[in-house]
Design a protein around this ligand. Sequence first.
Ligand code: NDP
Length: 283
Amino acid sequence: MSQLLDGKAVAKVLKEEIRVEIAQWKDKGVQPKLAVILVGDDPASVVYARSKQKVCEGIGMAFELFTMPTNTPEADILARIDVLNKAQDVHGIMIELPLPKGISKNTIMAAVRPDKDVDGVHPINRGYILSGQDGLFPATPLSCIELLIRSGVKIAGKHVVLVGRGETVGKPLVFLILKHDATVTICHSKTPDLGAFTRQADILIAAVGRAKMIKKDMVKPGAIVVDAGINEIPGGICGDVDFEAVQEIASLISPVPGGVGSLTTALVMRNVLKGIVLQGGTL
Ligand code: NDP
């Protein structure tokens, strides 16, 4: 029977560290602030924005939500981003996704100043992650790494098999894993005989978006399993890993909910603090 990679416990420690650092910035006369732009009324996005506000309030970070109607012209969103890019008191900017039809996600993402891009989606930050340079990186891939390290897992030298090469999770994660000196195998929808690859993993990471697709017979006994998937099922959510069965043979496994997803908001907040430094602030 495996032990849990406990995202909630790690998130608690992380939030406390961030709370302490925010207090230090405040002592220096800097009030860290996150600005969120929400275009339209997608119910999930409204919930996500509000939950970030709650976390900000809990750790002492200032938060401002800018809501814009669904039919807002792209130029108006860009104008709002421009104001926030220039605002001295705003250190991080997030655009809630999805954006309404007709708005170019790529144009909007590229308009945010790279050193305020706390979602790590600007082409410059994507370049930094690829080249191994420091920058602002996306929360979910960071969360997979943080969950492992803070649970005492040594990544260096391990064979990590990553299922999923999506732009949000899989692709950026490849480079974070490489930075931690693991050997990486990347699998995707065109990989024949997926199990032949996943069974080789010391650390198996699933970032696919298919409920419970990683079965027990696809996992090497004693492997460490990180589940980044979030899939809606009747009565709640589940991951990409068949948790009940796989936990019988994995040594460590992250649950869904309570795993990777538990850390992401805190990691966005940590990016805001990193942003202050990138913008020239010193503690
Ligand atoms: P994408 O849809 O962009 O990518 C999915 C990947 O899975 C693709 O590379 C695809 O392959 C691969 N794939 C699909 N079907 C199979 C299959 N049968 N066998 C092997 N590989 C397959 O997903 P994202 O990167 O956006 O997200 C991945 C997961 O992470 C989702 O479940 C999402 O909900 C979750 N997520 C979780 C977050 C969190 O906070 N925990 C935040 C963001 C996302 P191909 O490239 O060939 O199409």
